[in-house]
Design a protein around this ligand. Structure first.
Ligand code: UD1
Length: 341
């Protein structure tokens, strides 16, 4: 019988791509998602891509009864915990909402895991735990200082610490936190992708919407950074690579006695202008830009040293920036209104 994994936030951008890979690898999948920043249609397309069904419970991870329904009656091998809020600006305006959902939601989930006798967890962390690193500190290894500089980043840092404390207090936990750099792109089928509500804040979805003519111009935040072309450097990672990182993490959980953290990054730093060039190549469209001052809270440069994940999880990014842009463009052009919700 196939083993079952519970995916919180499984209808979201990274969650939906991970569900496709889980189903394809033979896992039975249960999803709990409150659909606050995701769509039921994404899961319908996940099932269509995988040619298999999954179990869906609409609900919030803060709701113990909804979590109990999601766990169901049968055995559950592990949990992948994506469900969280993730907008930096919003977290500064509503820190308590972020602590409630991201920290409180994880405490609620851990309680439900205890009730259901599940001690294996993959947690969705972020390179945001490294804050604004000195450019010479890149590539960032897992032991780089964690100096998160906004409430969103703090919630990820606190949850990582909480998981460590839990694993130290009680034998039998197998917990792995994955620190993603900049997940981007879409499934190569063009059927699922990133569908931000309102005007996107992240670079790739913004650039795609400009190329598609849905936004008039791309705002480039900062052209006076001490980098090769004056724009900030990030490590963009194809979302399907992020998804397969979770499969490798599940495979590795038994070997983790307690808690461990791994970077998921491509290990290459790319500037904003280089991304824009790649979007032009992929779309064959112009991307009109306006040059603006730096965005508050942005790091100059952040890219990963992904060696630990390669060595211990047997994972590395297989897709490059052109793959990311080609797949994101397919998603954008074939679904101009996203999931249409
Ligand atoms: C942001 C968040 C980070 C979060 C990640 C994924 C901030 C400060 N950080 O990362 O915590 O984990 O998203 O949700 O918000 N840029 C433009 N024009 C745009 C958008 C972005 O020039 O319209 C630039 C930014 O200034 C940055 C780079 O593009 O230099 C990447 O930005 P973005 O995609 O928002 O990612 P991060 O800032 O790395």
């Amino acid at each position: 019988m196939a083993e079952r994994v519970l995916v919180t936030g499984g209808a979201g951008f990274i969650g939906s791509h991970t569900c496709v890979e889980l189903l394809a690898a033979g896992w039975d999948v249960a999803v709990i998602d409150d659909l606050s920043n995701s769509s039921r249609e994404a899961l319908r397309r996940v099932e269509e891509l995988a040619g298999r069904g999954l179990r869906f419970v609409e609900g919030d991870v803060l709701d113990a009864a909804a979590l109990d329904r999601a766990f169901g009656d049968g055995p559950c091998a592990a949990v992948i915990h994506f469900a969280a809020k993730k907008a930096v600006g919003e977290s500064c305006a509503d820190p308590l909402g972020y602590y409630r959902t991201n920290v409180g939601g994880t405490i609620s989930l851990l309680g439900a895991m205890r009730r259901h006798g599940v001690r294996r967890l993959v947690f969705s962390s972020s390179a945001t735990v490294y804050g604004d690193p000195a450019p010479e500190a890149c590539p960032l290894a897992e032991d780089a200082p964690r100096l998160a500089s906004n409430p969103y980043g703090q919630t990820k840092r606190f949850v990582e610490q909480m998981l460590r404390d839990l694993a130290a207090s009680e034998a039998g936990w197998h917990i792995l936190s994955l620190r993603y750099f900049n997940p981007a792109g879409a499934h190569p089928s063009g059927r699922i992708g990133e569908d931000p509500r309102g005007v996107p804040e992240n670079l790739l979805p913004s650039a795609m919407q400009v190329a598609a003519g849905r936004l008039p111009e791309l705002r480039v935040f900062g052209t006076d950074y001490p980098t090769r072309d004056g724009t900030a450097i990030r490590d963009y990672l194809h979302v399907v690579d992020v998804a397969t990182g979770h499969l490798r993490a599940l495979d590795h959980l038994s070997a983790v006695d307690g808690c461990a953290e791994y970077n998921l990054g491509a290990g290459r730093g790319v500037t904003v202008f280089e991304v824009i060039e790649a979007v032009r190549r992929a779309s064959g469209r112009e991307v009109p830009c306006v040059l603006e001052s730096r965005r508050a809270g942005d790091a100059v440069a952040a890219w990963a040293d992904p060696a630990l994940a390669e060595r211990e999880l047997g994972w590395k990014a297989e897709r490059d920036l052109d793959d990311i842009c080609a797949d994101a463009w397919r998603w954008q052009s074939e679904n101009p209104a996203g999931y249409g919700t």
